[in-house]
Design a protein around this ligand. Sequence first.
Ligand code: ADP
Ligand code: MG
Length: 458
Amino acid sequence: MDDIAFIWQEMLSKLEVEVNSLGFDIWIRPLRPVGVDNDTLVVAAPTEAFRGEVVARYMPLFRRILRDLELDDAPTDISVISAAEKSKENLSSTTAAIAAVTRVEKEEEEARKIEPSTLNPKYNFEGFVVGKCNEMAYAAACAVVEAPGEVYNPLFIYGDVGLGKTHIMQAIGNAIRLSMKQMKVLYVSSETFMNEFIESIRMSKNGSNTAFREKYRNVDLLIIDDVQFLSKKPSTQEEIFHTFEALKAAGKQMIFASDRAPQDIPDLDARVRSRFTSSLVVDMGPPDYETRIAILKTKAREAKFKVDNNILAYIAECVSGNIRELEGILTKVIFLTKLRGGSATLDICNEALHDYKMQKSDEITADEIIDCTCKYYNVAKADIVGKKRNKEIVEPRQVAIYLICDMMPMPLISVGELFGGKEHTTVSYSRDKVATALENDSRLRTAVNDIKAMVLRK
Ligand code: ADP
Ligand code: MG
């Protein structure tokens, strides 16, 4: 073993202890030591994107470990280059080694003969925020990346729209493609699978659809999204079944996602259903408040958008449940902020949230607003809609009236009826009193925002 290989080996054994095994397999194992340049150990990453990830994640750790090795004549620094980047002529001593790595790269790419990936590189683990709502799916995803085809096969993920099913499945595919270059990964929606299947039959002269079968049965990882669309498609289900059996027998990994559990997909062949549930089924739920904040922070960082935490907290309070909607509102806030110049404000948030609230307001009832207000102030509903005039009751009552007027298209007379037959002038008085107080009273503002968030979350 030459010096460089020895030093790298020493580093690897330390890194293996400090980095979790998934990170180690994905990001560190594929690195190759290629030379020493001016006391700097040069290691090569397979691609430029890979290099960027490694530098961002591990550079300080690499430096510390290298420093702690205390080997005689060891390099004092480390740099990561991309093997694909061929123009590093100035690194004279390493050029040949880089060229060699590049050649291997190309050969592997050739061997794979893979069509352009159907995966979206933006869906990676780096940008996936883990919270209570998705920790099981995340753990399962990590296990699949570490040992495809071995542990959870198939992995079946289900949950409502916009909660990250497509993201996490593609992250698995991207991670496997990065770490195991020879693996063939295919991601399709069940509709694409069906359309290609039908097309293959239509085109075939003798009823055999060899090309289609070759495509789907000759992969190491098959990901099929939105399998709920297979409902009532018996011949496509049959083809899925045979594809499943072929891949399973060959030890190849499969991942499926659906907006509901396998047992809740109607008109699904019993054999297909039993295959879907034959290994691990995990669900993804809506994110809690902390996770929503973390997601917003991640998305803001990805968009290189500087924003105060209170703005993110406000969005996270108002938008619950669906991560796609959360992201959509943030995108709009970013857009409006850039349009106006300056930084994001609560007014901009409210503008961005306008359509979202309108759509939600169709689903809101006055009773819900009253209930949430009572819960927030810890008062009885009978009191709030009754005649008591003590301070503890008057504020919640006025706030509830204000919120109903603000959040619902309800005539003042009808609002008055909800509160023991009040005149519409009394209703408008309460509404305006709260609206005015909100301008200066931050305690009241917090109360109103919190109750609003409670209502919207229902
Ligand atoms: P689904 O397939 O469940 O309908 P997607 O995977 O398309 O949902 O997710 C919707 C959007 O929300 C995507 O832009 C995705 O990046 C984002 N998203 C979902 N879950 C997370 C998460 N845990 N962390 C960061 N972004 C997420
Ligand atoms: Mg999806």
